[in-house]
Design a binder for this molecule. Sequence first.
Ligand SMILES: Nc1ncnc2c1ncn2[C@@H]1O[C@H](COP(=O)(O)OP(=O)(O)O)[C@@H](O)[C@H]1O
Ligand SMILES: [Mg+2]
Length: 366
Amino acid sequence: MAALRVMLDPTRLGQEAETLEANLRKRVVGQADAIRQTVDLYQTFLAGMASTGRPIGNLLFLGPTGTGKTRTVEAVAESLVGDPRAVVKIDCAEFQHSHEIAKLVGSPPGYLGHRETHPLLSQEALNLHQTETVKLSFVLFDEIEKASDALWNLLLGILDKATLTLGDNRRVDFSRAIIFMTSNLGSAEMESMLQPGMGFQAVSQAAAMAAAAGASVAKKMERAGMESARRRFTPEFMNRIDKVVVFRSLGESELRSILDLEIDAVRDRLRQATGTGSLTLKLSETARDLLLREGSDPRYGARHLKRAIERLLVHPMSNLIATGQVKEGDQVLVHVDGDGARLVFLKEFKGVAPQREDKTGSSAAA
Ligand SMILES: Nc1ncnc2c1ncn2[C@@H]1O[C@H](COP(=O)(O)OP(=O)(O)O)[C@@H](O)[C@H]1O
Ligand SMILES: [Mg+2]
């Protein structure tokens, strides 16, 4: 008797993993590879297929600064447990000396200050943000190229055995943790593939040309990133990594999407600052263009854009609030002045004819 065979689809995600993917896409612009790899790991965990005796996953994020490596980790925590800060974050540069390592693991009993130390990497710290439904921890070792040897050894143990022994010999179990590591290693090499002074328009043009020629700049940059990781990190370390993801430089359309996300974040801050009635903030297209122009520097990715938003939008708005020129319930339009070089701030009155100031300074209804 012939067996009945039905074609299966091993690429389809379960509901929960699909929701995570959708949530990450809303928060992280571009970087589809990073999103996919993270979601795949989560799916493996959900299916109960994560290998035992190791962390759920060890992910290495490489790539230029300001492209969303740290943001992706925050977005995972935000999507799964509702708080972007629900991440145990270790800035590797801050743990160069042995007394600083004690901040991570605590000092042995008997040492001065033993009782006062609350190791950053304790089981309590790891379990702190777990919820009823999501029994997962997120651990981030940021900028690992700056880690000292002592920190490096500690990290290797966690990646391999999912355990860490604290100063007082207690054990911390990392088997329900996803370990994220970031490094901007290789970004100098990656950048050298772009000609000096190239703006992002030129970058996307170059990418389009390369794609037409059958080679992709993005692929080459990815390879450069991987190669410098292999040169810098030991095979011992690289073998413990489940996935290496190279983050791409952000192009103009990506920065434009990030601008929209960041304007929404400014609106949230306004809501918190001015109360529930809130302030409506609108930006004209030309105002957005100006922010984008001022905030574009391929060397710093979205970081430069965020600084431009603080300087040109948040600071002036703060002044307007502090001086009572705008308050809860008002509607503010941000536009550009005549030659488009500066942002101007206008208060709009809904359904009311605008007030006009005459030359003598007294105001009269128009
Ligand atoms: N791909 C991105 N999508 C959304 N926001 C981004 C992205 N890249 C950078 N940002 C914004 O810029 C900030 C700095 O990015 P970050 O993730 O810290 O960069 P890095 O790659 O150096 O870790 C983030 O907090 C976020 O607001
Ligand atoms: Mg970072």
